[in-house]
Design a protein around this ligand. Structure first.
Ligand SMILES: [Ca+2]
Ligand SMILES: [Ca+2]
Length: 443
């Protein structure tokens, strides 16, 4: 029995030894520590460290050491002075090798559309089509940025515009005298305000106050608008009035000027004065955004040339697309077209028009077309144009030092291609995409 017992005991001890060899605990690991903290120490023998210091044998010959807080200044020297230490290194910070990314690639998912609280916003399909709703996640415009609207004037008291309006400058009156007409035996005087309705509609697309629980939302609904009245109640003007209006807008400090004005197609096809006007703005660091004109009837294969001043170098010539992202029936075309933007339907099959602000008082438009304010729908390249002026304003709000040529490139090179593949004479580089313009790098 006793032999048997000893044998069993020896066998048992042997088993214990085997179990210990297989399941011996690994060297103590350090508790979680901040990235880049501590030291790596070369060792030829186990380290004997001061109290409170922690160590982990990383591999034979190298130990990670964490001195207590407060000893960082002297820790390296303390470690160097220990017997058997071959090197001491701070635990260097490192990073994944960053992939080289192509410019213009969309690396992040687009944000969801921003939905403002303006009650008429659900009818503004144009803001979604042009990526403006997603752009509002990035900026809604700088309150100190001045944008010029050279047009028929504006309703200076419109409740959805008044917060963004500077006092109207009436160049029409300076050049041509009072703006008045008689309708149905009644006289109307329109000095100092929009006598037509066109300018108020354009201004709303560009900068109706956003998120004010009122009416519609403008593309750049927080910037300041400098309204310049350059036409009479019918929309008539001339090159001299236009030049004086543009110059005044520049003198007032406007960085972008919306010109939804064109020749009537009956005049000189080349006006040196208007070419000079656009060049003057460009050399003063100001961007002219102009409509290509509405004289075409594409369903009958009649396509008119880009009007003036949109056709001149330095202006961004804006064509119009419909709700369905197709070139609009009326939109003029040609080699000068830069981009397209929502202009709305010219014929019934093209979808809806563009909803915006209209004057709160009687105008030539309300009398002649029964289009009454304070909100209503119009279509045309005049309506497309302020989407692009508004986008230029958003770009300058995000990056105030951009030059006119940089703004033009951003807008053109981030368009979504529409119509014929690549640049085409109907839609230029394509329909603007405000979110892409604000979020993609374009060199
Ligand atoms: Ca509003
Ligand atoms: Ca195209």
């Amino acid at each position: 029995m006793s032999r048997g017992y000893r044998f069993t005991l020896v066998l048992a001890l042997g088993l214990v030894g085997c179990v210990q060899a297989v399941t011996a605990p690994p060297p103590a690991a350090l508790p979680p520590v901040p990235v880049g903290s501590g030291y790596l120490v070369g060792t030829v023998r186990p380290l004997t460290l001061p109290d409170g210091w922690q160590q982990e044998v990383v591999m034979p010959g190298m130990t990670a050491v964490h001195p207590p807080a407060g000893t960082a200044v002297t820790a390296r020297q303390t470690l160097r002075d220990l017997p058997g230490v071959t090197f001491v290194e701070a635990n260097a910070r490192m990073h994944l090798v960053r992939p080289i990314l192509e410019t213009g690639l969309r690396m992040q998912a687009e944000p969801p559309p921003y939905v403002p609280n303006d009650p008429e916003y659900p009818s503004q399909w144009n803001m979604t089509l042009a990526g403006i709703d997603r752009a509002w996640n990035l900026t809604k415009g700088l309150k100190t940025l001045k944008i010029g609207v050279v047009d028929s004037g504006v309703d200076p008291q419109h409740p959805d515009l008044v917060d963004n309006l500077l006092p109207l400058i009436d160049i029409w009156k300076d050049v041509h005298g009072t703006d008045k007409f008689t309708f149905g035996g009644r006289a109307y005087t329109m000095d100092g305000k929009d006598g037509n309705g066109h300018g108020t509609h354009v201004t709303g697309i560009l900068a109706a106050a956003i998120d004010n629980s009122t009416g519609v939302a403008g593309t750049a609904g927080q910037v300041k608008i400098q309204p310049i009245k350059a036409t009479d109640y019918e929309g008539n003007t001339d090159a001299l009035t236009l030049f004086r209006s543009v110059k005044r807008a520049i003198d007032e400090g406007c960085k972008v000027i919306n010109v939804s004005i064109g020749g009537d197609g009956t005049g000189d096809p080349d006006l040196e004065s208007l070419r000079t006007t656009v060049a003057y703005a460009y050399t003063h660091g100001v961007i002219i955004v102009a409509a290509t004109g509405n004289e075409s009837a594409r369903s009958r294969k009649l396509i008119q040339n880009v009007t003036l001043p949109a056709a001149y170098p330095g202006a961004i010539a804006v064509a119009a697309v419909t709700q369905y992202d197709k070139i609009a029936e009326y939109s003029n075309g040609g080699p000068q077209v830069a981009v397209a933007a929502p202009g709305g339907a010219g014929i019934t099959s093209e979808g809806r028009k563009i909803r915006s602000t209209l004057p709160t008082y009687t105008t030539y438009l309300s009398l002649s077309s029964r289009l009454n304010g304070p909100y209503g729908e119009l279509a045309g390249t005049s309506m497309a144009c302020p989407h692009v002026s508004g986008l230029a304003a958003l770009l300058l709000s995000q990056e105030p030092t951009l030059t006119p040529s940089q703004v033009c490139r951003r807008i053109a090179l981030t368009c979504d291609d529409v119509g014929v593949k690549g640049w085409d004479a109907d839609t230029g580089f394509g329909r603007i995409n405000a979110y892409r313009a604000l979020s993609e790098r374009v060199e």
